[in-house]
Design a protein around this ligand. Structure first.
Ligand SMILES: [Zn+2]
Length: 381
């Protein structure tokens, strides 16, 4: 590497640029560890403060940021959770499992001219991937969906690396979209590591996503791998957020109580069935009712209808509010899906099916809306 090596200079600057992200994430990392320690049974504030080498006030704040009120005697009495239970069946792991099946057949090489327009996918496969991506973003919010997608895409990129596939020539790359305004930083690694543009198309130096223009400056085609991208990649991309801004990744539902107090609650899974947040087609919400045992114990019952090309589905779903955050997310989980009944209203002999798994509901709904293979019928229970 010579003193004037522009590649070395750029890379050193990139690494420096990543440091503030790591620094900003440190308090959130600590808060997640403190909350996990508490949930697994470590309820002694002094001990937590000593081990984490921070003040007791910091421990209190960390616990509260994860929905734990350490001064509440009831919270202290809650039975400890096993470390495995903290992570198993989390919303993120279920989402990742869905993405693994959704993108399994997607070669993800659309950035190569050869795959431009995606001849490797049928029109129906494209429609279903778009519909599922919209539904997953509605259900989880863009930030969680984008974060899990980004992690999945990195795994698929390893396959590209193992196959030894390189760009070969810059002419083999589809011309990138015009760069939009550069982001300052991004939480989910979507941007070009050199210019901050939103549409990187190759991976240079084994780990830096770069757009074609920047890749030409800092690398060579034989050392650049095509960037793996699902067909619906662009639906997941959004301007980079700082971790402290991530609460905007979730929408809220406002509830007015009998005493006229109004509070905003994290929408959670219920965002799937609210008009401002859903991406379901021709959507109408017929009613939304809230049963409130207290300001924290709330049930939502939502009636909604969605339609595509004459195929109409009526959904009646219940959700329960969960004030605890999911993993390191800096906001409550929000309304969790409990159960639903769905009726295909366009059929003369409409049969109502009951669901307790939101992915099974979506499977039947999306297949029904877009007229794919008829869903295997489930007995109404
Ligand atoms: Zn760039």
């Amino acid at each position: 590497m010579t003193e004037n090596d522009p590649t070395g200079r750029t890379r050193a600057l990139l690494k420096l640029g990543n440091w503030p992200i790591r620094r900003d994430n440190l308090p959130a990392d600590r808060a997640a560890l403190v909350a996990a320690a508490w949930r697994t049974g470590n309820r002694n504030i002094a001990e937590l403060a000593h081990v984490a080498d921070v003040t007791r006030d910091v421990i209190y704040a960390d616990l509260r940021s994860h929905g734990i009120e350490p001064t509440d005697p009831e919270a202290k009495k809650e039975p400890p959770v096993s470390p495995a239970a903290l992570t198993s069946q989390s919303a993120r792991s279920l989402l990742l499992r869905k993405m693994k099946t959704l993108f399994d057949d997607d070669r993800g090489l659309g950035v190569l001219v050869e795959y431009n327009g995606r001849p490797d996918m049928t029109d129906h496969e494209k429609t279903m991937q778009r519909a599922w991506t919209d539904a997953l973003i509605s259900l989880h919010g863009l930030s969680r969906a984008a974060g899990v997608y980004s992690a999945y895409a990195k795994d698929r990129q390893l396959e590209v690396a193992r196959s030894g596939l390189s760009v070969g020539s810059w002419d083999n790359l589809v011309l990138g979209t015009k760069p939009i305004g550069a982001w300052v930083r991004d939480e989910h690694d979507f941007m070009c590591a050199v210019c901050g543009g939103a549409f990187p198309s190759v991976l240079v130096h084994d780990f830096d996503p770069a757009c074609l223009r920047c890749a030409r400056d800092v690398s060579e085609p034989g050392r650049a791998a095509p960037l793996w991208k699902a067909y619906t990649h662009d639906q997941f991309v959004f301007p980079g957020w700082l971790r402290k801004e991530l609460d905007r990744g979730e929408s809220t539902i406002r509830i007015t109580f009998d005493d006229n107090e109004e509070r905003a609650y994290t929408a959670g899974d219920a965002a799937l069935l609210f008009p401002k947040t859903t991406r379901l087609p021709n959507f109408t919400q017929r009613s939304a009712q809230f049963g409130c045992e207290s300001r924290e114990t709330i049930t939502a019952i939502v009636e909604a209808r969605t339609e595509n090309e004459g195929r109409t589905f009526d959904i009646l779903a219940t959700f329960t509010y969960d004030p605890r955050p999911e993993g390191r997310e800096p906001h409550p989980y929000g309304f969790r899906f409990t159960a639903a009944r769905m009726t295909p209203a366009h059929l003369t002999e409409a049969r109502t099916t009951e669901y307790t798994d939101v992915y099974e509901l979506l499977d039947d709904l999306l297949t029904g809306l877009w007229g794919g293979n008829p869903a295997k019928s489930r007995e109404a229970s």
